[in-house]
Design a protein. Structure first.
Lengths: 250, 455
């Protein structure tokens, strides 16, 4: 589904991604771990199409299309979803209006009719259950006044509404307590199918107890320095990143 | 020819015009009105037409609007139009009582003044002066000062007609009154209508004013409206400016509030070549509340200037000024919001904000918040922001599949919503929200020969 070859990207002249090679097939869950500043969020943003990052080299193939040629909204309509590490507040734009516009924009892209208001509200009610999102929150402005946990659950709610093919969850667990973590992980797991895939970016092994990965990759200094199965996450939990860093720095 | 002489020329032209048409202007009016006229023309001689050297008109070249030989409507012109054609509306009717002004004159020549069963009087200013001189005399010219702005003096000298609304003590006027100001002619014209609204103790009323141009000709309007809001009375006033870009408009609103009264005033400026809105509020008793809001959406070469002067003369009053604007293409704007808190006006709460979104590098806005505070136990704030649309929010929306253009519109609409949510007539609020959405998309055309869009 996703094939990244030698991806280089920089921001304001500083190179962050220094040659990423990475493949994701349908039905897979990949975890990307690594110390702060290694480029995890940058990778997520570049895949989503954030224009402040400049791609200087490499190719990204998504479902046999050139991802780097697509605008952020095209990528979203083709099934890519980014769960933000710091979800943005948009005062004055209601959750309902926001989601309805997004859902219908994606439907239009696929050549489908926009959803009727009643069908849409029904869909919202249904998907809210998945992350136990309060009815009141849905009628407020996007993320305005939401707690950290509510914002993260809201990301998963949006994921449920948009049914993406490839979800990239950027530190979805940061700032969450155990209960919120369980709700978020539960939501992600319920949305898993054999046709979609998830990239989970995280610092801590804890999330991976709930969202069990098929593959774990360590990103350090803009490159993937080690890949393995889910046991790699446990090894990192025990030993930290130093043993890998030493190898990479040589 | 120097700018000085041109300026004097225009001023003198008006003074000469006044003298030449003295009988036409003064005819039909009682002594007290004509005395006020004389005082006004003298003051106009002293103050003249404001120019950019005047502190209060620093950012707006208003003199060019008055120096172009436009004809003045010293008597009503007989222009017939099918009222029904005008009201072809694709949205359900606003349930209002409609009155029309055509080129500054009360349109319904047959029913110029109506007295309703509850004592409410609605109609032509001129007719009201004729039929209720004592009532008018109590308020006319009492609130619109001749000392500061030459244009107010000019209007007062030449004023002949406009709208008069009187609401007696304790009366609640349920249905909003909608005044439609139409400018229509083959020749370019200057209109100076004069309105007076009197709300006595404990009364309630809503007044909505829409300004429209129905011909492509250029017009200049210099209107003065005085509002007396009695003790414990409530007024909701909304003004929609939707004239074409060849028109120039100066509007002077004077609100005189007695104790415990409340006024909510909104101005939504959708179109118009040059607009200058002056709002002057005197809180003349304790416990008053005033919320003055404005939204301006500009593009191309429009220029909009909002001036607010809020005078806290007594303690325990609350005022709020919120003006928001979006500027596009090469439009320009200005905002000057002054709060004056007098020495004994303790426990005053006065808030003021002006927020602007600039969509291109060629737009320009000058914003000047001013607080002049002489009391020491007050809560006041002022602020102005000038910025662009939030890039993070735009990306967030695009990452969900929303196209860039649509995302921008959502953000601009959210920005405008802060002001729109204060519109107190629900049907009007919906209608204006719809118009604003259309305006932001560029779908609200100013097709000058066709129907009005808002009423």
């Amino acid at each position: 589904m996703l094939s990244i070859k030698n991806l280089h990207a920089n921001i304001e002249g500083k190179e962050i991604l220094k040659g990423i090679n990475f493949e994701v097939k349908p039905g897979e869950v990949h975890a990307i771990m690594g110390p702060n500043g290694s480029g995890k969020s940058t990778l997520a943003s570049v895949l989503a199409g954030r224009e402040i990052f400049e791609v200087t080299d490499g190719k990204v193939n998504y479902c046999e299309k050139d991802l780097l040629e697509m605008t952020p909204e095209e990528r979203a309509s083709e099934g890519i979803f980014l769960g933000f590490q710091y979800p943005i507040e948009i005062p004055g734009v209601s959750m309902v209006n926001f989601m309805k516009t997004a859902v219908n924009a994606q439907r239009t892209h696929k050549g489908l009719e926009p959803m009727s208001s009643s069908d849409f509200l029904k869909l919202m009610r249904e998907k809210k259950e998945l992350v136990e999102l309060d009815a009141a929150l849905a009628s407020r402005s996007v993320n305005e006044g939401f707690s950290g946990g509510e914002k993260k659950r809201n990301e998963i709610f949006q994921m449920a509404m948009l049914e993406p093919k490839l979800s990239i969850l950027d530190e979805t667990d940061s700032g969450l307590d155990i209960d919120a973590l369980r709700i978020v992980a539960n939501g992600v797991n319920k949305l898993k199918t054999k046709d979609n895939a998830t990239i989970v970016i995280t610092h801590y092994q804890r999330l991976l107890d709930y969202i069990v990965p098929d593959f774990v990759h360590v990103l350090y200094n803009g490159k993937i320095i080690k890949s393995g199965g889910k046991e790699l996450a446990l090894e990192l939990e025990e030993k930290g990143y130093d043993w890998l860093k030493k190898g990479a720095d040589k | 020819m120097s700018l000085e002489t041109t300026k004097i020329e225009a001023k003198q032209k008006f003074i000469d015009l006044y003298q030449e048409n003295l009988s036409l202007i003064k005819n039909d009016y009682p002594e007290f009105i004509n005395e006020i006229r004389e005082k006004a023309i003298k003051q106009f001689g002293v103050l003249g037409i404001p120019n950019k050297k005047d502190e209060n008109y620093k950012y707006t070249d208003i003199s060019s609007a008055f120096d172009n030989g436009y004809k003045m409507y010293l008597s009503p012109k007989n222009i017939k139009f099918e009222v029904n054609d005008i009201f072809k509306c694709d949205v359900p009717n606003l349930n209002t009582r409609v009155i029309l002004l055509l080129n500054g004159w009360y349109y319904d020549r047959k029913n110029q003044l109506e007295t309703l069963p509850d004592g409410v009087i609605i109609g032509s200013m001129k007719k009201a002066i004729e039929q209720y001189p004592d009532l008018v005399k109590k308020h006319y010219g009492q609130y619109a000062s001749l000392e500061k702005d030459g244009l107010v003096a000019l209007n007062t000298a030449f004023a002949e007609d406009g709208v008069f609304i009187y609401v007696p003590k304790n009366v609640v006027v349920e249905k909003p009154i909608q005044i439609i100001n139409i400018l229509m002619d083959d020749e370019e014209g200057l209109t100076q209508h004069r309105n007076l609204f009197v709300l006595e103790e404990n009364s309630h009323a809503s007044v909505v004013v829409c300004d429209h141009t129905l011909s492509i000709t250029n017009f200049t309007t210099n209107s003065v409206s005085e509002f007396y809001v009695g003790q414990n009375a409530q007024l909701y006033f909304s003004k929609m400016q939707n004239e074409h870009n060849g028109s120039k408009q100066v509007s002077h609103l004077y609100f005189h509030q007695e104790r415990d009264s409340s006024v909510n005033a909104d101005t939504v400026s959708l179109h118009g070549g040059l607009i200058r809105n002056n709002v002057n509020v005197l809180l003349n008793g304790e416990g008053c509340e005033n919320n003055t809001y404005g939204l301006y959406l500009t593009d191309k070469g429009q220029h909009i200037d909002n001036y607010v002067h809020m005078d806290h003369a007594y303690p325990n009053c609350t005022s709020n000024q919120l003006f928001k604007g979006v500027l596009d293409d090469f439009a320009t704007g200005a905002f000057s919001g002054k709060v004056l808190v007098r020495k004994d006006a303790q426990k005053t709460q006065a808030y003021q904000a002006n927020n602007n979104i600039l969509l291109t590098d060629d737009v320009d806005i000058n914003t000047k918040p001013q607080l002049e505070i002489y009391a020491d136990d007050v809560k006041c704030s002022h602020g102005a922001t000038v910025g662009q649309l939030d890039e993070d929010a735009l990306f967030y929306m695009r990452s969900r599949g929303i196209k860039k253009k649509e995302a921008k519109l959502l953000l601009m609409y959210a920005f405008a919503h802060d002001v729109l949510k204060n519109i107190q007539v629900p049907a009007l609020q919906e209608r204006v929200q719809d118009l604003v959405a259309k305006r932001l998309r560029g779908e609200l055309s100013r097709c000058n020969s066709c129907q009005m869009h808002c009423c």
